[in-house]
Design a protein around this ligand. Sequence first.
Ligand code: HEM
Length: 709
Amino acid sequence: MAKKSKPNDRTRSVINDKPARYADQEVMIGTAGEVHQTAAGDVPVLTTQQGIPVSDDQNSLKIGARGPTALEDFHFREKIFHFDHERIPERVVHARGFGAHGYFENYESLADITKADLFQRPKEKTPLFVRFSTVAGNKGSPDLARDVRGFAVKIYTKQGNWDIVGNNIPVFFIQDAIKFPDIIHAAKQEPDRGFPQAQTAHDNFWDFISLTPESMHMVMWIMSDRAIPRSFRFMEGFGVHTFRLVNAEGKSTFVKFHWKPKLGLQSVVWNEAVKINGADPDFHRRDLWDAIKMGDYPEWELGLQLFDDSFAEKFDFDVLDATKFIPEEEVPVRRVGRLVLDRCVDNFFAETEQVAFCTQNIVPGIDFSNDPLLQGRNFSYLDTQLKRLGSPNFTHIPINAPKCPFASFQQDGHMALINPKGRVNYEPNSWGGEAGGPRESPEQGFRSYPAEEQGAKLRVRSETFADHYSQARQFYKSQTETEQNHLANALVFELSKVETPAIRGRMVAHLLNIDENLAKQVADGLGLKEMPKPADAARPTQDLKPSPTLSIHLNGPKSFKGRKVGALLTDGVDKSLIESLKSALDGEGALLEIIAPKVGGVQASDGSWIEAKQKIDGGPSVLYDAVALLPSEEGAKLLAKEPAARDFVADAFAHMKFIGHTAAAAILFEKAGIAENRDEGFIALKGKDDCSAFVAACRQVRFWKRRVN
Ligand code: HEM
């Protein structure tokens, strides 16, 4: 039998009209104790999408307080209907991404090599939007997957949008776009089981790779630390393909685009990446967000590698082959401007999610080359974006719309937001003047570079693409010994997750064509019983000169700027020591983050209160570039009992971080099992000078000599 509901004002669900206190909020209380917050003063009235004011957003319309919900509740139905349709398809690749606004500033006029408007006037700033991404993982995957990072830039020039849709690696897995669905299917989760997520450590990926020799150069890059960057701010970007710059006289120069981070290169180590993914799956996006919000604007320089036909002809490899790069030692990178990110998005969906980059968005003065990967991409992006954004009118969305005047006769379609007035929607027409609408412009309009093309119609791969191992070897040989070890360890880790022994063997056979020691190290790590024969190679491996610019360690930062120290404190901490550390870090442009047993903070020895940013188990040392252990004697004894504190210390040591510490921290070293292993990466902090010495040491970022990894 239905219970009788309490009689009340029959159209209102609040107990009375007087506000009540609910925690620290002034609210109205509903008949079942639910919280109502109402509009008043400058708090606007909630409405439906049709603009109808809403009286109660806590309760649906019912027949009696305990009765069925009425179908006529248009507010409820509209709210749920809209919620049901909130998601749009995620990107088929690069689903996980993070964007920010900024500008490009030209250093000098490049009129001699390109007529692109944005490069004409020195010091001119052009607005842009950048989206960084991972490739394989779905939208909710962790930031520190071992993966290529997308580095896509949309520059809103005065002659239309120019997109440089690049990666943080200058080469790619495949040579022809027709193989893109295969490499992506193989890399993403296996179709029967739906896992693994955001990982290439599985059979399908390595099966495909082991049967695709052209991918060997890229394999070296993704198994290197480039695939686990410390932050977007510390990675390079590359346009990958050869493009053309064309000047006002119609002269073409080949170009490769580079983005060089002002803060230098830095990566994490693999064990750290695995732990960061648990501790803060949003590590990279948070880093970018925080840096911009703090006014510490990330910067990159645009670099151009410029070359002509004669270089292209004499270069060892085909400049149309996206599995090859041009060493900077052969064609230097000319830095022509800077990219600054100075504004976070206001709305993640509207901007980061809806932004649509496309390689075919180029402006007069830029042109394509015949790279078959680029040619395929030019079709793919527009096509996928129609599905992803649901209408050919996605260019009307503010993030995608040009910031220069634009006009066409394209019309209608879903969600058409820009609808010209008047009669004309075609040309030629005889209406004339404004009424006749836009007309083509032979002077300003985009004209393709008139490259001479001829040949039989063939479904073939050029033989000039056939050398698959020489640059892979060159990359490996250009790494420091530590980096080579990381690369070998990564291969062993990934291939150890491969369940089919034949695939592991096939990969080692390829490695034999790259470097014998690498192959042996990996075979040993895998416990391979018998060394396979080297894989059949279409071309023998050339021994190219190492290119030092390929090493992260040789191109690391010269300062600790933009990095973060995690300081573990307890009650009784020496306040003046913390202040000295903070001032040394401020001087360097680096950050200090306080970690304590409780997030409320700690009481310093002088009785003052220091607030913490993290509780110890929420702020593991993997989240910091270096650590400072500053407990009091008493505090250290208590901390030593906490597993999270022991891991904090043990991980900082294992990840080769610099460790600043007070004498009281000794008990933590004992508990972490590293008391006997203290090296020059441990820096005793007693006063101001020690803090400066600690920060100076941190400029090396890691104490690589420790060699635990
Ligand atoms: C040099 C090789 C490539 C690079 C550097 C590259 C780079 C990127 C980047 C950075 C994004 C993410 C853009 C964003 O943040 O929204 C992306 C997305 C995408 N790429 Fe590529 N890609 C490459 C090859 C290809 C190829 C060969 C194809 C297909 C033939 C392709 C198809 C796609 C598609 C369909 C998306 C999703 C686009 C969207 O939904 O907006 N990519 N790519």
